[in-house]
Design a protein around this ligand. Structure first.
Ligand SMILES: [Zn+2]
Length: 113
């Protein structure tokens, strides 16, 4: 057995354990379906509702009610994310990045020249 093979086997084992753990260690609701708390439709659990279930939520909403809720909530969220402060800090971050990267390169070149 070569060293590369052992390392490869260990990495493969870790990857498999990661995926197995990811899929089997998480609890799942006993029921595969739930009744929408808003419209009463029986809907299948999705990743979103399973996450809610894991967070001890007892009421779930079907996909269409969830989309309606997201849309109803969206204008406020949009207003908040589009606030001048948010966009300014975003632009500032980019400006800083563009200023720092050439400066760092310049300093490194001088340090090693
Ligand atoms: Zn619904």
């Amino acid at each position: 057995m070569t060293m590369e093979f052992i390392v490869g086997a260990v990495i493969a084992g870790l990857v498999v354990m990661f995926f197995v753990g990811k899929y089997f260690s998480k609890k799942l609701p006993k029921e595969t379906h739930f009744e929408c708390a808003r419209c009463g439709t029986v809907a299948r659990h999705t990743d979103r509702t399973i996450d809610a279930w894991r967070n001890n939520k007892t009421t779930f909403f079907c996909q269409s009610c969830h989309i309606k809720w997201v849309r109803a909530r969206a204008p406020r969220e949009r207003a908040r994310s589009a606030s001048p402060a948010g966009s300014r800090s975003g632009c500032l971050g980019v400006v800083v990045l563009f200023a720092v990267v050439p400066l760092a390169g310049f300093l490194l070149m001088h340090a090693y020249a």
